[in-house]
Write a protein that binds this ligand. Structure first.
Ligand code: BEZ
Length: 251
């Protein structure tokens, strides 16, 4: 999926994405000096955190806008523009890490992505990742679906949110041994008094491709009002995240 990112807004208002990523990084069990790829590194904040843990890390992302921010903020790190489902490396690495990226990759391309990761790793190399799992943002997408339908449009969730069983099978079919796998709820606080509206604007883009700007605003406001009773608590907005977290090893 090709998205044009507002890198500054993403960095300022959605910092929880990389803050939570620090927990995923703790699953990497490699010595200092090990080589690592941060796949879908975005603005590079987590890439920097991985470097500070002592790894020799390269950031990889398909977004020019996010990579510009990453390179500007962390000039001592190497960042490469590449598609996660179509990349190769000159030298294999000890680990591939990825946070909050794989739900952006269509189901049909997941196998290609897993094959690229497998090829990029040394034998016994570690593959550590987290992304949106089955049921992720179900309340948000269900409200959007209802409002789209009332406006005469069809709503299709523009993300891949697999069950843990489905994804573990794909990872194994790519040749990995799954060592750790968990699916968990993570009710996540959003920033600001318009947190949910901003979240929808930032992340839910393709369903609005054929909707004009005024109607888009109307749909979002109606969906947000519908969600107030479940996602607004003590003057704060939340998103109903569900995560898949895994660690796999190249056999
Ligand atoms: C996620 O991190 O789960 C996510 C973020 C934005 C849109 C969809 C999923």
């Amino acid at each position: 999926m090709n998205i044009e990112w507002d890198a500054d807004k993403y960095t300022k208002d959605f910092s929880f994405v990389h803050q939570y990523g620090n927990g995923v990084a703790e699953l990497i069990d490699c010595e200092k000096g090990s080589s690592l790829i941060d796949l879908g590194c975005g603005n590079g904040v987590l890439t920097k955190a991985l470097q500070e843990k002592g790894f020799r890390v390269t950031g990889m992302d398909s977004s020019r806008e996010l990579l510009e921010t990453a390179r500007r903020n962390y000039p001592d790190i190497s960042f490469i523009q590449a598609d996660a489902a179509d990349f190769s490396v000159e030298e294999t690495v000890d680990a591939v890490f990825s946070n909050a990226v794989f739900h952006w990759i269509d189901r049909e391309k997941q196998t290609d992505m897993l094959a690229c990761v497998y090829k990029a790793l040394k034998r016994k190399g570690q593959f550590v990742f987290e992304f949106g799992g089955h049921g992720n943002n179900a309340l948000i997408h269900s409200a959007l679906g209802e409002v789209f339908s009332e406006h005469g449009y069809e709503y299709k969730i523009p993300f891949y949110f697999p069950t843990i069983g489905e994804y573990a099978v794909l990872v194994e079919q790519a040749g990995f041994q799954v060592r750790y796998a968990v699916l968990f709820d993570r009710f996540t606080e959003l920033k600001g008094s318009d947190g949910l509206k901003e979240w929808i604007h930032m992340f839910v883009k393709t369903p609005f491709a054929t909707v004009d700007e005024m109607e888009e605003e109307e749909i979002i406001c109606q969906a947000v009002e519908r969600l107030r009773s479940v996602l607004y608590r003590e003057c704060r907005w939340y998103a109903d995240y569900v995560r898949i977290r895994m660690k796999a090893v190249k056999g």
